[in-house]
Design a protein around this ligand. Structure first.
Ligand SMILES: [Cu+2]
Length: 157
C-alpha cells in the first residue's frame, strides 16, 4: 500500500514537470502514452501506452475520452486468413493482477475516431482513461513523428 501511495504522489508531482512520463491511479500505473502525427485530413489517429496492475484484483479499461476526437475505441489486431485485421474490443481490456499490458503498434491500441484536427508532432494532447475499478485517470499523449515504430502497417480504416 505504501508503494502505491508513493507512485500516486510521484505521478501527481510530475504531472506538470514532465521528464518522467507516467501516471498512476490506485494500483494502476500508466506508462508513456504516445501517439503519431497524422496527415492533415486523416479521420483517425492511434494511441499507445503501457498499463501495469500492482493490485490484487483485475481491472478493466472500459472507455476513453479525449478532446481531440468525437469517439475513442480500444482495438485489437489479429491475423485472419493471412491478413492483419483490427476490431474493437467492446468489453474493454482486462489487466490481470500483476500484469503488464502493452498497447503498441501491431497489437492492442487506442483509436481516436473522428479527429477534430490534425495530430501534430510535439503537440501533446490529453485523454481520460476510464477503468472499471480504479476510475478515471487523465493522461498526456506525446506525439511522435508520423512514421514512428512503423509496425502497424495493417492499419487501414
Ligand atoms: Cu485501430
Amino acid at each position: 500500500m505504501k508503494l502505491v501511495l508513493l507512485l500516486s504522489l510521484t505521478a501527481a508531482g510530475l504531472a506538470t514537470a514532465a521528464p518522467a512520463h507516467d501516471f498512476a491511479k490506485g494500483p494502476l500505473k500508466i506508462d508513456h502514452p504516445w501517439s503519431r502525427a497524422t496527415a492533415p485530413k486523416a479521420p483517425v489517429g492511434a494511441g499507445f501506452l503501457t498499463i501495469q496492475n500492482f493490485g490484487k484484483s483485475p481491472d478493466r479499461l472500459v472507455a476513453i475520452k479525449s478532446p481531440i476526437s468525437d469517439d475513442v475505441e480500444i482495438h485489437t489486431m489479429s491475423m485472419t486468413g493471412g491478413v492483419m485485421k483490427m476490431r474493437e474490443l467492446k468489453d474493454g481490456l482486462t489487466i490481470a493482477p500483476g500484469a503488464e499490458v502493452k498497447l503498441q503498434p501491431g497489437a492492442e491500441h487506442i483509436m481516436f475516431m473522428g479527429l477534430k484536427g490534425q495530430i501534430k508532432q510535439g503537440e501533446d494532447f490529453t485523454a481520460t482513461l476510464i477503468f472499471e475499478r480504479a476510475g478515471e485517470v487523465e493522461v498526456t499523449f506525446k506525439v511522435e513523428p508520423a512514421g514512428a515504430n512503423p509496425v502497424a502497417s495493417g492499419h487501414a480504416h
